[in-house]
Design a protein around this ligand. Sequence first.
Ligand SMILES: Cc1ncc(COP(=O)(O)O)c(C=O)c1O
Length: 424
Amino acid sequence: MNKLATQLNDTLGAAADFLSAAGKRMYFPYGGILGQGAEAKSCEINATIGMAFEEDGSPLVMDCFKKGLNLDKKAFLYAGSFGIPKLREQWKEMEFKKNPSLKGKAFSNPVVTNALTHGIRICAELFADKKDTLVCPDLFWDNYELVFQEAVGCKVEHFNTFKKGAFDVVAMKAALLAPGEKKILILNFPNNPTGYTATLEDAKKIVSTVKAAAAKGKKIVVICDDAYFGLVYEKGIHEESLFAEFSDLHKNVLAVKLDGTTKEDYVWGLRVGFISFAFKGATADQLKALEAKAAGNVRSCISNASSIGQHLAIQAFADPGYAAQKREKYAVLKKRYHQIRVILKTHPEYAKAFEVMPFNSGYFMCVKPIGVDAEKVRRQLIEKYSTGTIMLSGLIRLAFSTIPTAKLAKLFQNVADAVSDLRA
Ligand SMILES: Cc1ncc(COP(=O)(O)O)c(C=O)c1O
């Protein structure tokens, strides 16, 4: 049992006997990303937040979403558990455009979720029993554990994420082949926290490894968490969702795609996401059955996702300015990414203070302090340098999505200085 859960149960005393086993396991992750973010709230440089801000510090939001706020009255009607049909059609069409490899492949219509976290929970409830294992890289978004381990009670097994600057496919293979008939593999590219997306070479190996494990009889549900889809800043990176590859890979593989507006359309509070399914040889009826399973889960939990959010998305996607505005916002993040590359190149001395983890995409990048404890570095950064960062698995995560380009140099200098303070 997590010690935060134990503390809550101790506080409840005899009242904890009212809780179910899942209720007893549940806790609020105060010490994780959210708690560390709260500690950095008043920092001058705050690189903790998983959102994006303009160069002037205002939220990075596209006009096509903002201008729809004066919606028609019908936006207050129920949206239905599957989601508004028009929005589902629009999103499916967009999934094909963004992933040309999906052409000719069968996959379900997307079911609308209350954004991606909800999609993750639906997956856990539809696919994970107590005896099953979630297989997940050891650099991962910490909410996966809260959902799969605490809420649903399945096992979580982490594998090493990087080896020699690339995705550690050998470690993933060992985790997939470990005892246990059904494995739920979660892959998240661009990744939180590392900002890494599989290269073309990694992607080939990942797909062939899953296929080989399936051929050995493992039943594998592959969840593609595509929250940061499209935010890739280098060449030679696998830009499409791996869902396209998994959708018809092997009869023992069921592919799930989780995607949505939150990160890629910069509307974190809108709460509009999607879940789609595919498997080799799936008939139209089988795909519809999976949609009904997902919608049934939605109905049993939240009834339906926000109609207002869905109406705003419908309008924004149909807006003639949508594509150009999205490119413009992407360019803001890409510029910061390249500025970081310049900073790291022009400061070779930083290599003595921290190791730069592989990154090529997304909202974040991570550094590993050398010779000092990462949590101590995080604290020193807050106390002496008014700089907020997130410490995860011995790494310092830097959200460049929130930091104006002009402040990036200072951010990295502060990290290097904090490391050298602690060494002194
Ligand atoms: C990898 C990853 N997946 C999913 C989510 C959840 O996104 P949402 O806000 O849409 O629930 C996040 C949010 O930080 C994330 O980093």
